[in-house]
Design a protein around this ligand. Sequence first.
Ligand code: GAR
Length: 201
Amino acid sequence: MKAVALISGSGSNLQSLIDHAEKIDLDIQAVISNKEDAYGIKRAQKVNIPTHVLIHTQFPSREKFDQQLSQTIDQHSPDIIILAGFMRILTEEFTQKYAGKMLNIHPSLLPKFQGLNTHQRALDAKESEHGVSVHFVTAKLDGGPVIAQARVPILADDTVESLAQRVLIEEHKLFPKVVHWFTQGRLKLIDNHATLDGQII
Ligand code: GAR
């Protein structure tokens, strides 16, 4: 299945998808970054995936950026759009256009800790566990229907870095698994519910 991946940073989730691509029937046609220096661009180039850089600060508005982003995505006619560490709030128009075919990975047990600095906030809140969620993207920031989560315990001596590291290990397993459900046609967004094999998750 044809995919476009959007990134802003290191791209370790992108790498995991690249590594699993054949097994999960994923054909990543392009990687788009809103940051020129995102290491994920190099990861894509290494395996000859075309890359695009769209620097959001060079656009006069969020709408104009999203329009260009959308045009760039559409050049590749993807069946799935994968937000793999893409740190941008998207306009409603954009999210509606790709409703049901756009997945995001978020480093918290949603609905807890939407937005930024999730690891710090989980530590500050003295949570006993933390984790990662994969969800369909809707207009509500980090608020679309959750598809799957993986949990990690929070340890007494955890720092933001140690916790982030353990969550990332789970991210790299969970995202390819969920993307595979989608490429198999098992995962669908129906009436704003995530469904797997026709059952609401
Ligand atoms: C990951 O932890 C991902 O869950 C998070 O950014 C990181 C990207 O790492 N995404 C968000 O916070 C989205 N709101 P990576 O570039 O190494 O995949």
